[in-house]
Design a binder for this molecule. Sequence first.
Ligand code: ARG
Length: 458
Amino acid sequence: MWKGRFSQPTADLLLRYGESISYDWRLYRHDIAGSIAHARAQVKAGLLTEAEFDAIESGLKGILADIEAGEFPWSQELEDVHMNIESELTRRIGAPGAKLHTARSRNDQVATDTRLYCRDAITQIVSKIRGMQKALLRKASQYANDMIPGYTHLQRAQPVTLGHHLLAYMEMFDRDISRLRQCRDRLNISPLGSGAIAGSTICLDRKQIADELGFRDISQNSMDAIADRDYIMEMLFDLALVGTHLSRLSEDMILWCTSEFGFATLDDAHTTGSSLMPQKKNPDICELTRGKTGRLYGNLTAVMVAVKGLPMTYNRDLQEDKEPLFDSIDTIELALDINAEMLDGLVLNRERAMEAVADPLLLATDLADYLVRQGIPFRQAHECVGKAVALSVATSTPLNQLTDEQFASISPAFGPDAREVFHLDRAFAMRTNPGAPNPDNTARRLAYWSQILEHAED
Ligand code: ARG
């Protein structure tokens, strides 16, 4: 492609070192779409005849079909997807193929292809996040009002319901979707026409090309357009955050499935055994998800570090953006699919959960609220209940079984009705404010999410 100025062939090691075709072949569909749009604009500019355009278009479509059939002769010598396709086109159709690269550089070409690729990938990932949300909705509906202990510092804190707990993840994934859509909207700008760095003396209709490719606008600074990889880092961050959410859910499930917690089990199809210990049933999907989240962070870091020291504009370092990008896309897509499937097989062990949640200490805060209702300032109420808890621990008496006298010795504000706070149903019923795990709130949120997911668009 650059033989004019060179008298030696490229070194074999450089071919191996510099090739990207082994992974950027994935851009073929978008590369071909970009080339067809570019060629159409060349017709408008009088650079190609209709007949030449037809030859280019049908040549590229033939190449597309061959690639999809797995019959395209990719060559490492041709370095990347752009040169592979262009040189094969010229081989097939002759002269018009050699005109295609007018007013274009691989620099604006790769930026265009990658943006188009990310745009499609986000649409696909959003629909997979929706799939995960649907699984959460099914499970949260099944166990809407089943109580489990809620934890802070991994210490039992207050009772919640499994429905409420799972719906927390629904909110996280919804923010992920909104972030990804915003990212898709921001990246949906056409860099084509920026050339290698400074545009071209041959002016094609950039807006026409952008419209054909479904971009919402064209870039306004050729140097920025060539150098910019913000959208890749942004997308990698968004995917890393999806991974974080999956990873935290994984950790919850790992804990729930231990014999120590014993709140839940996963089905056999989504767990593994041990080759040595016959009793084992391991939550490998959860652990792999937690582990793969490290890769997602690594991919983000790899691109950020590759970009941070680059002078304007294109530097070959930028070729290093694609493997992390593709890896994060593949990783998150599979993670979403498998986690949704696994969640369907999660079964709550109601007895164990109820046993744990029946611990009256989980309602110590409700007891302090009781004192507040008797006119005691909260800080004082907290101290009184703290004393009651200490007494309960010291005398090995459950908090709700301290005698009237014991309560009265701590504060006269404890009336005989104080123990009513220990009724779990009442404790949930009283938390009427939006956002709290009250059965009516949960029902409302379930209805809300089922409405959203039924009409979900990508
Ligand atoms: N394969 C290259 C990349 O991914 C395409 C752009 C090459 N541009 C260049 N000036 N060598 O970045």
